[in-house]
Design a protein around this ligand. Structure first.
Ligand code: HXC
Length: 530
């Protein structure tokens, strides 16, 4: 008969002793478990902070309440009965950030590489469930090797439970992932399901299969950094929305991000006090945006000029830089800004820009953050590369996101707004509540030169003096079809305003929309093109 492995008694059981001795034992056990010294040496040697040090930095002083500290894994075989550290490689609980409640977990890489077994997973399930019950954000600090190999399918199933909870919480409570170490497999996939991924440069990696597996399968030699470092996910893949210089910076970013978000989707983001006057004129806006339609400029200067105290938090600042997505405040209220960036690819919309902005629009919509869209767009990026990669399907995500958004939506045309790209960029026709133009705007199906070449091709070919005729036709097109006053006459914009008044107009308009209640027909959920 096969001999069952002997289950050891609970590690923390002190035996039969009196109450006073038990209390002393309990205090000692907790002190021992909280002792970071062994983990500290290993983590610091890798240039990283320990899980407890990270939580101390993240949370308000003395606000951390730990749960499941005494939990140990229940796995047998593969030598696991000899390694049963308390907490099982993940610290869980809750605390406060700037006085607001948050739930947290932090992987402890010093325990079996932060790998996830069944008990580790159950601890995370518990805080995920508590965060949902309490309606408070869930913040995960990730530094782990993915499924714990020794625990086999139990570990994989543990991830299944985390993913399910990630998805159930999506759109209800904010979920933020700070990546602070090598994160493989499930440790990368769970963050991908959360609202924000913040990666710490040089120490964080994310990949589904690590370099060893890559080498074994394809022969490709690649380092963890080349495969899934912060520069890869910040610039190329778009997986990470925020890149931190170091861990302290990463934690500061998470705290800042929380300041723009409500505790849950039934609430509004907190109002931030400011001394920046709501009626502050912005005369520099006319200088910052050149009248010449092709001249490049940095739209971030425009954003800085309009928003409270010139402060904003840009999301995905290194990826799809032809569109800018940022959180900011106007009169103390959080807003999400989407702006074409004329200094990168002339501000054209391509697949990456559409996906980046679509995700941002949906994030703002789910967390009751009004949208301000700043339009200066020459059109979609033409070409076979984009079309073959699915510009129609993937570009449609942005269109879908805007059409579906029920938060207050205000758009301002900064300079030119051409074609389908204009319509996508929260035009009134796709549901923006208010749209404003500046007197310097050009709004049309396309720019005047291109339009004249299309509609007057025969006449220009036949002309004795095509150059003169072209310039007459361009001028007629510009006056008859591109004027912002024509848009105002036809109701495509609500008003033509002095650029200097833009901040005041935005604040006034968002104020009137504060209690907007857009009723949508009941449905299971829409079918966004994915
Ligand atoms: C158990 C693991 C482990 C794992 C590492 N360790 N990965 N233990 N399960 N998956 C242990 C090591 O044995 C070592 O233990 C300690 O963690 C540190 O690991 P090192 O390799 O020394 O560290 P480092 O060189 O920094 O490399 C870290 C790493 C690498 C890049 C994460 O360990 C690695 O590639 N591990 C395998 C990753 C992986 O393939 N995971 C499974 C993913 S599948 P000692 O005792 O020596 O300190 C998955 C599926 C989920 O997650 C479902 C998805 C849909």
């Amino acid at each position: 008969m096969r001999k069952e492995p002997k289950r050891p008694p609970p590690r923390d059981w002190p035996g039969v002793i009196g109450t006073a001795a038990r209390l002393t034992h309990l205090a000692r056990a907790k002190e021992r478990n909280r002792n970071v010294a062994p983990a500290e040496a290993a983590q610091h040697a890798r240039g990283k902070l320990t899980a407890r040090e990270r939580l101390t930095l993240l949370l308000d002083e003395d606000s951390f309440v730990e749960i499941d500290q005494l939990r140990r894994h229940q796995a047998y075989g593969m030598g696991m009965e000899k390694r049963r550290p308390p907490s099982d490689g993940v610290i869980t609980g809750w605390g406060r950030v700037n006085g607001r409640k948050v739930f947290v977990f932090a992987h402890d890489f010093s325990v079996l590489g932060g790998s996830l077994g069944a008990t580790f997973a159950k601890k995370i399930h518990k805080v995920q469930d508590l965060a949902m019950l309490a309606g408070a954000p869930m913040i995960g600090i990730n530094d782990g090797a993915g499924a714990r190999i020794q625990e086999g399918v139990n570990a994989l199933a543990g991830y299944g439970g985390i993913f399910t909870r990630n998805v159930r919480a999506s759109g209800i409570i904010p979920q933020i992932s700070l990546m602070a170490g090598p994160c493989a497999g499930g440790a990368a996939y769970s963050p991908a399901l959360t609202d924000f991924v913040v990666m710490v440069a040089d120490i964080a990696n994310m990949f589904v299969t690590g370099p060893d597996v890559v080498r074994a399968v394809s022969g490709e030699e690649v380092t963890t950094e080349q495969l899934g470092g912060a520069s890869v996910h910040g610039r190329k893949s778009g997986v990470a929305q925020l890149i931190a210089r170091d861990e302290k910076d990463g934690i500061a970013i998470v705290r800042e991000l929380l300041g723009y978000l409500p505790a849950n989707s039934r609430e509004r983001p907190p109002r931030r006090m400011t001394t920046d006057a709501a009626d502050r004129p912005c005369p520099r806006l006319s200088e910052l945006v050149p009248a010449e339609p092709r001249k490049a400029y940095d739209v971030k200067h425009v954003i800085r000029e309009m928003v409270d105290d010139g402060e904003f938090l840009e999301i995905s600042d290194r990826w799809a830089r032809n569109i800018v997505c940022a959180f900011a405040h106007l009169d103390g209220y959080a807003v999400g800004i989407v702006a074409n960036q004329p200094s990168v690819m002339a501000g054209t919309l391509n697949i990456a820009a559409a996906e980046k902005a679509a995700r941002f629009v949906r994030t703002c919509d789910t967390f009751n953050i009004p949208l301000v869209t700043l339009v200066d767009v020459p059109g979609f990026l033409p070409g076979t590369a984009q079309e073959h990669d699915g510009l129609i399907r993937r570009g449609a995500k942005l269109l879908y996101a805007y059409c579906d958004a029920s938060v207050p939506r205000v758009s301002v045309i900064l300079r030119k707004a051409y074609g389908g790209a204009y319509i996508v960029m929260d035009s009134k026709s796709v549901g923006s509540d208010f749209s404003f133009a500046w007197p310097t705007n050009e709004v049309a199906v396309m720019g005047s030169q291109a339009a004249v070449e299309v509609i007057h091709a025969k006449e220009l070919r036949a002309s004795d003096d095509p150059a003169t005729r072209r310039s007459e036709l361009v001028s007629a097109y510009e006056t008859q079809l591109m004027s912002p006053y024509l848009c105002a006459e036809q109701g495509h914009v609500d008003d033509v305003i002095d650029p200097a008044e833009t901040r005041t107009v935005l604040i006034r308009t968002l104020d009137v929309l504060r209690d907007k209640n857009a009723v949508r027909p009941l449905r299971k959920h829409g079918n966004i093109p994915l």
